[in-house]
Write a protein that binds this ligand. Structure first.
Ligand code: KE4
Length: 426
């Protein structure tokens, strides 16, 4: 028995599913997950000594690659000065100044410890600032596991939400309305009917959690316009896209500014950091300035902020994004070429260094079209790639990421493995 299998058995006795986050259990693709011993650059090594070229990057944070020297050095140095004080520190000021400089719509920012906390806090601020209760989200967009956000569409289009999880009170879920991603007419219709009760619209400006789905031309601009017209707030959940699709995130890439923005992943450099922020008038609602309460023992943790700042500093050289674009394009081309050679229908959606290869022949523009993908075929492709030492997201409805630690030779290796793997699933 492999060490990973032994560890999974041991883990499953004391951790639900043997994992600390469900997607890691490989339930969507079958097989059992390799337990990771260490990682460096673009590679993971599991407890059985097997090496993998990593295109998950811890689900987005590791845009510099694993164990980036600047990040490791920053964390080590910070740890020598203590790991947490529960008191303000100079680095938190620097992080807030760096983030607000990169995101002009964020005049003030509050650090938290996860993307979930960022999104949960942002919707509370939006409800507190507007005095309204209703929230609009999009089918297939994920904003962490706060109750109000674990909601999917009720029957029919933009109707009252139903819980997406046990334990979410129906009365709360009903305050979340859902619309199809990229359905601007659906949003406008919703505002015509319920506009005066809507506190905010929360959106992943580039969807990453139904697989990668870019915003349709005019979609983000339309959300900006309709929310402003009805006195609702526009929340961009940039936990994935922040510092990923551009230094200034989707707001820079698409030129649309949100009222509130959520960040996470990259800003922690692989350690637990989330953030939410927006215009001064809105953020002045947050305790201790205003009546919206939010707090956190480890918010602004010195080690996590040191790691995040080291990562962000490395991205300030905008050539980084040209490099990420080149690498992302190579991964996309390798997948397309392999699919064409194997005669396998594949739709690849990519924005910069994040992409998803959907196993379907039709365009993927929202969750309904994403769900047309052949998930069984994706699972077989995933396994074939893993056997060839390529570590992809263990779900069709997630993003693959390239990092600055990936080299052209890595992408050539991935392309060869994809061509072989696609021919086995044809
Ligand atoms: P966390 O609480 O997991 O730090 O962030 C929640 C979150 C919020 N917003 C967006 C756009 C996100 O993508 C996420 C978390 N992403 C998932 C998968 N894409 C993390 C992986 C996991 O759940 O294990």
């Amino acid at each position: 028995m492999s060490e990973s299998r032994r560890l999974l058995e041991a883990a499953s006795r004391v951790i639900p599913g043997g994992v600390n986050s469900p997607v890691r259990a490989f339930r969507a693709v079958g097989g059992s997950p390799p337990f990771i011993a260490r990682a460096e650059g673009a590679r993971l090594v599991d407890v059985d000594g097997r090496s993998y070229l990593d295109f998950v990057g811890s689900w987005g944070p590791l845009i510099l690659g694993h164990a980036a020297p600047a990040v490791v050095e920053a964390v080590t140095e910070a740890a020598r000065r203590g790991t947490s004080y529960g008191a303000p520190t100079p680095l938190e000021v620097e992080m807030a100044e760096v983030v607000t400089a990169a995101y002009p719509s964020m005049e003030m920012v509050r650090l938290v410890s996860s993307g979930t906390e960022a999104a949960m806090s942002a919707i509370r601020v939006a409800r507190g600032a507007t005095g309204r209760d209703v929230l609009v989200k999009f089918d297939g967009c994920y904003h962490g596991h706060a109750d109000s956000l674990l909601v999917k569409a009720g029957s029919g289009g933009a109707t009252f939400g139903v819980p997406d999880s046990k334990g979410v009170p129906a009365a709360l879920a009903e305050l979340t309305l859902t619309v199809a991603f990229n359905d601007l007419d659906g949003v406008r219709d919703l505002f015509r009917r319920k506009g005066d009760s809507i506190a905010a619209v929360i959106v992943e400006p580039v969807a990453g959690n139904m697989g990668v789905v870019p915003p349709a031309p005019g979609f983000l601009e339309g959300l900006r316009e309709v929310t402003r017209a009805h006195g609702a707030l526009l929340i961009f959940d940039e936990v994935i896209t922040g510092f990923r699709v551009a230094y200034g995130g989707a707001q820079e890439r698409y030129g649309v500014q949100a009222d509130l923005t959520c960040l996470g992943k990259i800003i922690g450099g692989g350690l637990p950091v989330g953030a939410y922020g927006g215009r001064r008038a809105i953020m002045s609602e947050v305790s201790p300035l205003g009546g919206v309460y939010q707090a956190g023992t480890l918010s602004g943790n010195p080690l996590a902020v040191a790691a995040g700042l080291a990562a962000i500093r490395a991205l300030a050289d905008r050539r980084a994004y040209a490099r990420l674009e080149t690498l992302g394009a190579l991964l996309e081309q390798g997948l397309r070429d392999g699919a064409q050679k194997a005669g396998v229908p594949l739709t690849v959606n990519r924005v910069g260094s994040m992409l998803t290869a959907f196993f379907c022949a039709t365009p993927v523009t929202d969750y309904a079209t994403a769900r047309k993908a052949d998930t069984a075929r994706y699972a077989r492709f995933f396994s074939a790639m893993l056997e060839r030492g390529i570590y992809l997201a263990p779900s069709q409805f997630e993003a693959a990421f390239v990092s600055l630690a990936h080299a052209e030779a890595d992408l050539a290796l991935a392309a060869r493995a994809a061509a072989e793997s696609l021919s086995t699933v044809a």
